[in-house]
Design a protein around this ligand. Structure first.
Ligand SMILES: [Zn+2]
Length: 49
């Protein structure tokens, strides 16, 4: 389990796959799964500007 880097909300592992984009239920930030065991993710930022 890990916590959202933006709001600290606990994100539970629900069978994610590497490369999957999930959305934090608390703050709505998009997170890209980069590792499954242990679960790790980083904020997914679309290229804009
Ligand atoms: Zn969050």
């Amino acid at each position: 389990m890990e916590h959202c880097p933006e709001c600290g909300n606990l994100i539970e592992d629900e069978g994610f796959e590497i490369g999957e984009i999930i959305e934090c239920p608390e703050c709505g930030v998009e997170l890209e799964i980069i590792s499954i065991n242990p679960l790790e993710f980083e904020v997914f930022e679309e290229e804009e500007k």
